[in-house]
Design a protein around this ligand. Structure first.
Ligand SMILES: C[S@@+](CC[C@H](N)C(=O)[O-])C[C@H]1O[C@@H](n2cnc3c(N)ncnc32)[C@H](O)[C@@H]1O
Length: 192
């Protein structure tokens, strides 16, 4: 519960970068981690872990030797995440610097990327920069899974995001809606 209050407090301080009023549900975490192919991956990257709803699930299903790098640019969120999951390599930085972050760790590309980023809150230049960094960091055949809120998917920003990922990735699939999430959400599974 402490994580929920911490999340809500940070959302009220920085709504445009946190981008969600509450942490994601267990059901959404299970779905996104499954669609990102985490269970079979050797290198996993998480974008914007926040208080760690997806991180917890990634740790439950990843192979024991698999490497997890979590990129979170909010200093307080990054510090809390390190405390909660000391076994995770939490990087306090922006996904925009993903190439450098992976190179510093001797990683060329990832098999699986799980994103908690609030795409609808970004302007188109930042969205494009982050998606280009995502594509470059993913192995051919690798999977990128990201979520969206039902209400946002019909807005122009949601439609532009969908068009953009369809142009960039070889395959894009949209999951059924997770009604148990607050607000209801779905996952895009993108294969490079
Ligand atoms: C909607 S929250 C996701 C939290 C968590 N995955 C969940 O669903 O409960 C978005 C997170 O992305 C982080 N974030 C936003 N822009 C970022 C960027 N460019 N690089 C890294 N993290 C970013 C925010 O600080 C915030 O913690």
């Amino acid at each position: 519960m402490r994580h929920v209050w911490s999340f809500v407090r940070e959302y009220l301080r920085a709504p445009r970068t946190i981008g969600a009023v509450a942490p994601s549900s267990r059901r959404l975490a299970e779905l996104i981690v499954d669609l990102a192919g985490v269970a079979a991956a050797e290198v996993i990257v998480e974008f914007g872990p926040g208080t760690g709803s997806f991180t917890r699930r990634i740790l439950e299903v990843k192979r024991p030797g698999a490497k997890l790098v979590a990129v979170e640019f909010h200093p307080k969120m990054a510090a809390q995440l390190r405390q909660r999951f000391p076994q995770v390599d939490v990087v306090e930085d922006s996904v925009a610097n993903l190439g450098r972050i992976l190179a510093e760790r001797g990683i060329q590309q990832a098999d699986s990327i799980v994103s908690g980023l609030p795409w609808a809150a970004f302007d188109s230049a930042l969205r494009d920069q982050l998606l280009d960094a995502t594509l470059a960091a993913l192995k051919p055949g690798g999977r990128f899974a990201t979520f969206g809120y039902l209400e946002g998917s019909i807005l122009p920003t949601g439609r532009r995001f969908r068009r953009k990922i369809r142009r960039l990735f070889t395959e894009v699939h949209r999951s059924p809606i997770v009604w148990a999430n607050m607000p209801p959400a779905f996952v895009y599974q993108c294969i490079r």
